[in-house]
Design a protein around this ligand. Structure first.
Ligand SMILES: NC(=O)c1ccc[n+]([C@@H]2O[C@H](COP(=O)([O-])OP(=O)(O)OC[C@H]3O[C@@H](n4cnc5c(N)ncnc54)[C@H](OP(=O)(O)O)[C@@H]3O)[C@@H](O)[C@H]2O)c1
Length: 253
């Protein structure tokens, strides 16, 4: 249960090896977080993260469990395992696949992998998780969307489409859960320097996992429904979203 001040004491991370998720866990661990479940495909790497997190804030208890966002038929059993120790205050959806746009737009199988991971996988997990949170009567779901979800861009429209689906699903889920004690917060980071973007040139207004984690922590404290990281991207995206297509097309984004 959250403490009297509403601070997160237990968390489940879907995509526990994500750099943004790790930075977020470190911040929550320096607060009131006491128990953490890291879920991901590579248990060895999760365990390395867990070792560091246990050192950061003893007596933080960390459990690592296997999750493949694409293994839809195992998601119900996964949710049982994740909630086996009791209530969870915060669920962070952090897994994601960027793909390789130039390759994937000519390879349907790879494009479908991006869509299935980022959108279908998240939907398949969030439906049973939302029911758990309704049952326990409290909880917050934090969904890592992206500014790329706000308008289709030539350079990454497959990833953007998958995240747009996720973003819209999360908005609707937040409305469905309103009044049931469960909140949904959507996070729209810009380019963040992480494993996901390690091979890409860093653009202007880039951010990093620690800054996104701070934005998430502040957003949780203020019970925000949507946040941008950095915050100034909200204004930038408002302008970009409304540009006529012939103009938008010419901007090298
Ligand atoms: N970095 C950015 O610029 C940026 C910007 C906006 C939004 N985001 C979003 O923020 C989230 C975290 O990204 P990040 O920057 O922290 O990147 P990251 O360190 O690469 O984390 C992404 C994680 O997703 C996991 N993953 C991929 N496919 C999976 C699957 N089928 N099942 C389970 N896990 C899977 C990866 O696990 P494996 O190690 O097993 O591959 C990896 O740990 C993602 O949703 C991303 O789309 C990132």
């Amino acid at each position: 249960m959250k403490d009297a001040l509403g601070a997160v004491q237990s968390a489940l991370i879907l995509g526990g090896d994500s750099d943004i998720a790790f930075a977020t866990c470190k911040r929550l661990a320096s607060g009131r977080l006491r128990s953490l479940v890291l879920a991901g495909r590579n248990l060895e790497r999760l365990e390395e993260r867990a070792i560091q997190l246990r050192q950061t804030a003893p007596p933080l208890s960390v459990r690592c469990i296997r999750l493949d966002a694409l293994a839809f038929d195992r998601h119900a059993a996964f949710v049982d395992e994740a909630f086996a120790d009791g209530d969870i205050d915060l669920v962070l959806v952090a897994f994601g696949l960027l793909g390789d746009q130039q390759h994937d737009e000519h390879d349907a199988r790879s494009a479908v992998d991006v869509i299935q991971t980022n959108f279908t996988g998240a939907v398949s997990l969030l439906i049973p998780i939302a029911d758990r949170l309704i049952e326990q009567g409290h909880g917050t779901i934090v969904v890592l969307s992206t500014v790329a979800a706000e308008r289709a861009r030539r350079s990454n429209f497959i990833y953007g489409a998958s995240k747009a689906g996720l973003d819209w699903f999360a908005q609707g889920l937040g409305d469905a859960l309103h009044g049931k004690g469960v909140d949904v917060m959507i996070v729209r980071p810009g380019f963040a320097t992480s494993k996901m973007t390690a091979n890409l040139k860093t653009p202007p207004m880039a951010t990093d996992p620690d800054s996104v984690a701070i934005a998430i922590e502040n957003g949780l404290r203020r019970r925000k429904e949507i946040i941008w990281a950095p915050g100034k991207l909200r204004c930038v995206m408002t302008v970009l979203r409304h540009l006529p297509r012939p103009v938008f097309r010419k901007i090298p984004l």
